[in-house]
Design a protein around this ligand. Structure first.
Ligand SMILES: C[S@@+](CC[C@H](N)C(=O)[O-])C[C@H]1O[C@@H](n2cnc3c(N)ncnc32)[C@H](O)[C@@H]1O
Length: 222
């Protein structure tokens, strides 16, 4: 077996073949501007162990480091936004866990290198918390969680507000897919953007109170 394949059984059961770094880089370079925009959002519906999501986080964190690295507080705030802008779903539990770990390690490597003994465990806890909400075990075909009682997948949006505050809202995965059968009639006449093209405006199914970014895991735990 090689780095792209864990076992023949997993290939035949789940089509699990991981993408090589060279191909990932070439594909991400096609959307270079978006991978370097702090608040662009990426959702990968069969994310594996994060072969795409990890380099996206690397690219975004490099921008945060370059622009805000001189201020620890600014770096921390923007890191939460950047980690919160990356979403993944995979049907295999071990892939989900490893994907979260690789994303966490990517953040922690930059954070610890930059601030050494001034780096905070509270910040690491927030990053782990956001990753737990954003990288989910689920079935990208049914758009439901994988469990005895599958539930519709809900993703959290993390929007910065007034400096250090974050507004969290929950959205149904099935509502975030403009062409899914459920959403065929979503583009009503009223939903037209300033550019005159159809605008897609999903409705949140959960609203959380505004929270300081370092208190997200206490104030919005579920
Ligand atoms: C071809 S691999 C690609 C992984 C990753 N995107 C990459 O490029 O390295 C496909 C992935 O899809 C996952 N998968 C298979 N069926 C799925 C489903 N119904 N819902 C979510 N993930 C699924 C597998 O576990 C596997 O990690």
């Amino acid at each position: 077996m090689n780095a792209q394949v864990k076992s023949k059984k997993r290939v035949s059961d789940h089509g699990e073949v991981f993408t090589r770094e060279r191909e990932v880089d070439a594909m991400l370079s096609l959307v270079k501007h978006e991978t370097e925009r702090i608040d662009s959002r990426f959702l990968e519906p069969a994310c594996g162990t994060g072969n795409f999501l990890v380099p996206i986080l690397e690219r975004k964190l490099s921008v945060v480091k370059r622009k805000y690295g001189k201020s620890q507080l600014e770096f921390e705030r923007y890191s939460v936004v950047v980690v919160g802008s990356i979403y993944g779903v995979d049907i295999m539990e071990d892939n989900v866990k490893l994907c979260r770990k690789r994303l966490f390690d990517t953040f922690d490597k930059h954070y610890t290198n930059l601030y050494k003994d001034k780096s905070k465990d509270a910040m690491r806890d927030i990053v782990s918390f956001v990753l737990e909400k954003n990288i989910l075990r689920g079935d990208a075909l049914s758009l439901k969680t994988v469990s005895k009682n599958p539930e519709p997948i809900i993703f959290s949006e993390w929007s910065p507000f007034n400096g250090s505050m974050i507004k969290r809202r929950g959205f149904l995965f099935e509502e975030l897919i403009p062409n899914s059968a459920k959403n065929i009639d979503l583009f009503k006449k009223a939903d037209i953007s300033d550019l005159g093209t159809p605008a897609f405006i999903p409705t949140p199914v959960k609203e959380y109170p505004l929270s300081h970014f370092l208190l997200l895991n206490y104030e919005n735990p579920n």
